[in-house]
Write a protein that binds this ligand. Sequence first.
Ligand code: C2E
Ligand code: CA
Ligand code: CA
Length: 738
Amino acid sequence: MRRKRESIFKAGYIIGLLMISVIAFALYSHRLREELRELVRNTLKEVSNQNILVVQKEIEGDLAALEEIAERISALGETDEKEILEVLKRIEERYSFKRMGYCRTDGILHTTVDDVADVSEREYFKASMQGESYISDPLIDLMDEEEIIVFSAPIKSDGEVIGVLCAPYRVDSLKEILAVSSFEGEGYTYIVERDGNKVVDSTHPTSFQNMTNIFTSMTEADQRNYQAVEDLKRILNDGRTGYVIFYNKVGKYMYTTPLGVKDWFLIDVVPVDFMENTSNYIIHRTYLMCGFLAVICAVIAFALMNEERRKKQRIQNLLYVDELTGGNTLARFKIELEHRIQVHYKNIALIKMDLDDFKLVNDLFGYEEGNRVLRFVGKTLQESCRDGEFTGRSNADRFVMLLLYDEEREVRQRILKIAEDIQSLHLSETLEYLLHPVFGIYYREPGEDNIEDMLDCASLAHNMAKQAKNGIYRVYTNEIKEKELQKKQLSDQIEHAYKNHEFVVYYQPKYDSRTQKLAGAEALVRWRRPDGQMVSPGLFVPLAEESGFVCKLDEYVFREVCLAQKRWLDKGLGIVPISVNLSRRHLDNPEFIDEYKAILDESGVPIEYIQLEITESAMFEKKDEFVQIMERLHDLGFMILMDDFGTGYSSLMMLKSIPIDVMKLDKSFVDDYDDARGESIIRCVMRMAQDLSIAITAEGVETEAQYRFLTSVGCDTIQGYYFARPMPEEEYEVRMRA
Ligand code: C2E
Ligand code: CA
Ligand code: CA
C-alpha cells in the first residue's frame, strides 16, 4: 500500500518535472528566437552603417577633390579654356571621375576627351554658377548614354564665378562599391531618392532588375507589398531609419537609412529566411545540446536510482536474511507470518526453540563450532519445513518456526523428530556431547491475528520448557499464562514489599557431623506478607534475579545478619559463622564488595563469622569475573562456600583456581546416597575435596540414614530438616544458647 502510494508520488513528481522542463524550454526558445531576431536586425543596421560610411566617403571625397582642383584653377587666374583643359587632362587620371570638363558662364562644356556640349540647362551648372559645389541626380551621359552622377564646382575670380568645373562619375562605380558581399552574399543594397526613384540599383540576382522606382518595383513584385510600400514611403518621407518586410518571391527584410548625401537613402536588403535560418540553426543547435544534456541527466538519474535500489536491496538483505544461517531473520519471519495468517490455510502452530546448553557448546568447543551448530540447527529446521511452512532465527540460538497441521499430535511428533535430528549432530571425537533442543509450542486460536501476542505465547511455553529442565517441549496453555501473570504481579510487588519491611531473615542451623553441635547457619530470606502469609523464595528469588532487585535483597540480608551477630556478640552468646547467599547478579557489579566490607566493618563483627555462598552454576556464565570476585572476597577474609555443588557444570580444574573453603553438596546427591552410583559419586567428591583441603557441608539432609552415611564418608557439617528447618531469629537464638 505504502509502496503504491510512493510510486504514484514518484510518477507525479517526474511528470511535474517534465512539464516544468517543457514550459521552461518553450519560454527559453521563444526568448532565444527574439534575441536572435534582434541580433540579426542589429547586424543589418551595422552593415548599413558601414555602407553609408563607404558611400559618403566616396562621394564626399570626390566632391572635395573637385573643389580643390577648382580652387587651384581659380588661384591660377587662368581663363583660357585650352590651358585649363591641359591642366585637367594632366591630373584626371588620379581621380575616379569618368572624365573632366570645364564650361564658361555660357554653359558650353569642353571636356578632357575634347567633346563639347551645352549644359546651360543642367541643374548642376546652374547651382555651381550660384557658387555652390553640387552633386547631380543620376543622369544619362550625353556622350555615351551611360548612367552618371555629375559633380560640379565653381571657378572664381575675385569672388565672381567665371566658370564651372564638371566631372561625371559612373553610377556603376557606386554599384561596385555596394556590391561587396554582406550576409554571406545573400544581402544587397540600393540607393534611392526620397520619392523612391533609383539612384543606384543592385546587380544581385535576386534584386529588382531594371528598377526605376523602388515603390513601383515592390508593387509589381507582389500584391502583398502594399503595406510595405506604404511603410517605406512614410519612412522616406520622414527621412528616418526603419525596417520593412516585403516580398520578392521570398520574404525580405529591408533596412532604410538616410545617406546624408542629397535626399538619398541607402536600403539594405536581406532575405527573411537568411535571418531565420541563422537563428533556426542556433536554435536547433541549442535543442540538440539540451537533448544531449537531458539524455546525460537521464542516464545519471537512472544510474543513481539503480544504485539506490541496490542499496535498498542490500539493506533489506541485512534486515531479512540471517547472515549466519542464510535463513530468515525474525523480521522476515514476522512478515511471512503476517501473510500466512491472512490466507486461511490449515491450523497454524508457532514454535520457539533454542538449545538449552548452547553457551556450554561455545565454552567447550569455541565460537566456530558454536556457529557450525547454529547453522546445522537452522538447516535442520528448514529441511523439516513442508509446503507453506518456514523458519527464522531471532538471535543467538533462538529459532522460530511455523508449522501447519490437521491434528496437534502431528506437531508434537514432528517436534520430537526435529529434536532427534538436531541431536544427531556429532560435536567432538573425544567428548560425547548431546545437544538439548527445547521447544515451546503455541497453537493459534482460529481468527487470532496479533502475531506479537502469538509469538509471546510460544515464548512462554518455551520458557516453561526450559525451566522444567526435562522434556523437550511444552505446549502453551492458559494455566501457563495465568502463572506468568502471577509471576508478573509478584515481580511488581517485590519492591513495595521491601520498603514495607515484609522481608525477614530466617536461619537454618548447620551441625558438626561428629559432635552434633551447632557449627553454623545459613541465612535465608523470607517474604512475610502483612497477612502473615509466606511467599516461597523459590518463587520470588528468581523473579528478583531477573529484575536485578535481588542485589538489594542480598545486601539487606547481609546487613541484617551482621547486625544480628553483633547483637548476639554483645549479649555474650557463643556465635557461629552464618553464611549469606550471593546472587549471580552480583557478578555484573563488583562494587558490592566494598559495600559489603563497609557494612561488616561498621557492625564490628569479626569477618570469620560471616560467610558467603555462591551457586556453582554462576561460575560458567562469567568465568573471569567470577574468579576475580571470589579472589577479592577471599583476600578480604570472607570464607567462600560453593553452593549447590554438583548441579551445575563445574570443571574440577576450576576448583583449583577458585579459593573455595567449603563445598555444599547438593540435596540431589544426598537424596541418591543409597543407590550404588550415587554413593560412589559422593565418595569420589569427598576424596577430591579432602585432597584439595576443602570442607564439605551436606545440604538437605532429612533422615538419620542420610546423616549416618554422610558422617561415615567424612562430611564435615550437616544442614537439613533432620536437624532443623530454617527458623526465625528468636528460635535460632534459643538453639545457640543450647
Ligand atoms: P539454597 O541456597 O540452596 O538454600 C537451601 C534451600 O534448601 C532452602 O530453601 C532451604 O529451606 C532448603 N532446605 C534446607 N534443608 C532442607 C531439607 O532437608 N529438605 C528440603 N526439602 N529443603 C531443605 P529456601 O529457603 O526455600 O530457599 C530456596 C533458594 O532461594 C535458596 O536455595 C537460594 O538459592 C535462594 N535464596 C534464599 N534466600 C536467599 C537470599 O537471601 N539471597 C539469594 N540470593 N538467594 C536466596
Ligand atoms: Ca544457599
Ligand atoms: Ca543450596
